[in-house]
Design a protein around this ligand. Structure first.
Ligand code: NAD
Length: 263
């Protein structure tokens, strides 16, 4: 029997088969969850629908998370289709490309606002909208990155947004704890996705990571999916408000030296 047998899981943030949300969706499916998928907008529909069909997912709904009416509408549709929800995944982020290439001090007011709205507030708003549908023992999670606590050159406003997302995770965990609902974040190492392509010099960061991480390997969407299964399942009961690193151990390093200097 799968670890998520009989659980209803909603995954927000599927763009294509490179998305972390796809790694999570596939892992949830493997473990027996009933899955619903939400995506940003019409442009993505032709990529997302075939993926949904692959896993026999019948609930595929559009939702731009910057729009309160769309969040309310998607929650209503989920209530009609699923009744109750056990797992809610937020795998969404956005910042303008220019904010992720120029120096951080040049971040525009609007660029800062948009990054925080799409990447942070939407997590709070979704959790709030779905709260009436969440079963006791439900698990809510978001995706973050180590640029929240340490400087990752070019990550800029997204690092600030991830710090706010991790803090929001803790405040939500406190609020929802009384209802025995858990809220956690997964901090993934760099993965080549659409969102990552917007980060200046991502390719260099990706290579450096595998050179210096204790496990000497990049992480995959499958790795994140498997950890998401753990956080979604009853195996992680009593873990809440945490940031779980899935990063080959990269974050433990104080001094980073490349492979050639290790001998
Ligand atoms: P992705 O581009 O596949 O996913 C990002 C998703 O955000 C897309 O599906 C996009 O449509 C969605 N999105 C953007 N604006 C939206 C809006 N207004 N409404 C609804 N959805 C919207 O890239 P990904 O790397 O899979 O990103 C998923 C999450 O993982 C993000 O939070 C990202 O910051 C985080 N993350 C990524 C990495 C990495 O290296 N790829 C590392 C750590 C954390």
């Amino acid at each position: 029997m799968g670890l998520l047998e009989g659980k209803n899981a909603l995954v927000f943030g599927l763009a294509n088969d490179k998305s972390i949300a796809w790694g999570i969706t596939q892992a949830f499916k493997r473990e027996g969850a009933n899955i619903g998928i939400s995506y940003a907008g019409e442009i993505l529909e032709r990529r997302v629908k075939p993926l949904a069909e692959k896993i026999d997912c019948k609930w595929v709904e559009e939702c731009d998370v910057t729009k309160d009416d769309q969040i309310a509408a998607v929650a209503e549709k989920a209530a009609k289709h699923f009744g109750k929800i056990d797992i809610l995944v937020h795998s969404i982020a956005y910042a303008g490309r220019e904010e992720l290439s120029r120096p951080f001090h040049e971040t525009s007011r609007e660029g800062f606002r948009v990054a925080m709205d799409v990447s942070v507030y939407s997590f709070v708003a979704l959790t709030h909208a779905f709260l009436p549908l969440l079963n006791p023992n439900a698990s809510v999670m978001s995706m973050t990155y180590h640029g929240s606590v340490k400087v990752a050159p070019h990550y800029n406003v997204m690092g600030v947004a991830k710090a706010a997302l991790e803090s929001s995770t803790r405040y939500l965990a406190y609020d929802l704890g009384a209802q025995k609902i858990r809220v956690n974040a997964i901090s993934a190492g760099p993965i080549r996705t659409l969102a990552a392509a917007g980060v200046g010099k991502f390719r260099d960061m990706y290579k450096h990571f595998a050179d210096v991480a204790p496990l000497r390997e990049n992480v995959t969407i499958e790795d994140v999916g498997n950890s998401a299964v753990f956080l979604a399942s009853d195996l992680s009961s009593h873990i809440t408000g945490e940031v779980l690193y899935v990063d080959s151990g990269f974050n433990i390093m104080g001094v980073q030296i490349g492979e050639e200097a290790k001998e």
